[in-house]
Design a protein around this ligand. Sequence first.
Ligand code: 3HC
Length: 707
Amino acid sequence: MPSPAQTEAIPSNPVQYARQGRVGVITVDYPPVNAVGHGVRSGLVAALEAGLADAEAEALLLVCAGRTFMAGADIREFGKPSAPPTLPEVVARLDASTKPVIAAIHGTALGGGLEVALACHLRVALKSAKLGLPEVKLGLLPGAGGTQRLPRLVGAAKALDMILSGDPVGGEEALTIGLVDAVEDDVSPLEAGLRTADRLLADGRMPEPVSARTDRIAGTDPALFTAKRAELAKRQPQLFSPHRIVDAVEAAVTLPFAEGTARERELFLACMDSPQRAGLIHAFFAEREVAKVPGLPAGTPTREIRKVGVIGAGTMGGGIAMCFANAGIPVVLVDSAQEALDRGTAAIRRNYEATARKGRLTAAQVEERMALIRPTLSYGDLADADLVVEAAFESMEVKRTIFRTLDDTCKPGAILATNTSTLDVDAIAAATGRPQDVLGMHFFSPANVMRLLEVVRGARTSDTVLATVMGLARRIGKVGVAVGVCYGFVGNRILHQRGRESMALVEEGASPEQVDRVLTEFGFPLGHFSMTDLAGIDVGWRIREERRKAGDPEAQAPNWLDVLAERGRYGQKTSAGVYRYEPGSRTPIPDPEVAAVIEEDRRNRGIAPRAVSDEEVRERCLYVMVNEAAKILEEGIAARPVDIDAIWLHGYGFPSWRGGLLFWADREGLGKIAASVQRYHRDIGGPQWRPSALLLQRAADGQPIGC
Ligand code: 3HC
């Protein structure tokens, strides 16, 4: 008969010890994600000692309360001196335990959390659990034995894949690869752990600690590491931690456990000191911080979104429809012509089928998602939609007409959103009798892939509508960032200045290839002109035409890009734009025809080309962005620097290891940037170089502009 539960609560401790029969249960309860901070670490040591001292406990069970197992070391402690016991000390204690310790895993066992589980003698996971070592995404490597123990359980090749990608595996896969010893379904983690404990106690044997196992790493082919190093040198030459991860896993197979662990520690500390770690951790918190909109109280009421309408079955509208269908939300897709609808739905299907071919969707899931998207020619089908996103042609006239129709058609309380990338959301809202329900939802192309969603708050948008759409952004897996109304909002306004400067550099003598190379060397996945080709030159050309027609004094005169568009060179979609493309390939190839167009443009403008240095390209492309970002802050279009950082990280491929545009600007040196902006203002002129007062002030005060 098991003895009644006995509790030895450790006061104000996030870790509790209580015995259930023959099993001592250690419970971590540290919301929201049971991060292994100092309190949890000391609590774990104390609870382990209590369990070892408890004569009636024959096995110990480590389990977590709340929504998840431990989701990693406490990231907020990084960069500060680590108070003992350190995580490596905690896992060493678990490893050395004279009683078997079982980890029962639910939710997400990540990073230091999984490392704690790896130091236990047995692991049981719920089927729904996710297990991974995502440290690489923070510029780190697993620093509490993960690089040494994981290979001992799953082999070096699989361990390298998991640690280098940082992607978790599910419960069932964890069982297949040997990461866990059992999986359970439809039970609590405590129950799952107690079942494993029963089996262990019935068996009566003490399992070997993972650190002592060598069967899965014996005979590892050293060529594995050579191949990984070559792959990384090609794919991620700028990143610091992946290369150290290969070194650490190699140490697991070439050195005894204690020496391998010491090597891991050394490499972990080098990563911890790297500026990339600081940048990536800033990016991690930025993604979460933007959800908390200043001035929008946390409990603001929201509306339910059960059905969505999308207007326009083009590339953008189709991608937006997919975003909702992917989240299980039914979509009515409206277009004015049957042919456009057919083309749009066929493109959506092709897109899903391509994903299925890559193994990321099953055939049944493709059909489920397609069934959620209902194409129609009738606005009447939007009558019961809770939200309508308009993704029609970028013209104020067209959009205002659509919004008038929506105002007449949609039920009261329906949210009306425009996906405009440049037009005045307030002017669009004014076409309706319900401007409080109107806002911008600016998706980024391809809408079903890019994570950014600029949520454009109009002058009269209500708090409820803003809060609803911010919540919806998260539900559909987007990073929603609230911004104000201005031309291009935040992202495109900054991009516009970089584009203007990139064009100017080419006019003065740089080649598009040079500009793109400097930007990719900085860490952007694409250079400015490759990105233009991807987005389609015709998009910018039409916007410029619209502005010129409207007599906008800021509108630029037609340029060599417009000449390319007039010749039908729209970019990748026509296999020719700023570059040319071989059929089926996305690799940009410089094209003499374009060089000739550029030369002619220079001649027409009377410009004698000069050699432009890479440093000048770098400064002019990046500093002009910082200057514009500072103006955006001054004007309150973005509430905080972190909003701008998140926008460029998630919408434009700003390298996450540099933290974000303004985080990077502080590290580049605001004094240097401000001095260059003033110099370019003097030498080149133009509104883009008019120095931001905020930038000059912060530089003069020696204060950061980021956070
Ligand atoms: N440390 C500190 N805070 C953390 C944290 C961590 N490891 N993980 C999450 N949080 C915080 C978030 O900042 C957020 O705080 P907020 O509410 O104040 O904004 C809160 O917990 C909830 O997080 P999410 O909004 O992200 O919640 P989700 O449910 O969407 O996701 C999660 C949960 C999957 C656990 C996700 O938060 C996540 O991926 N966390 C990071 C996991 C990770 O990278 N772990 C490795 C850390 S490095 C390490 O362990 C080093 C070791 O090897 C020595």
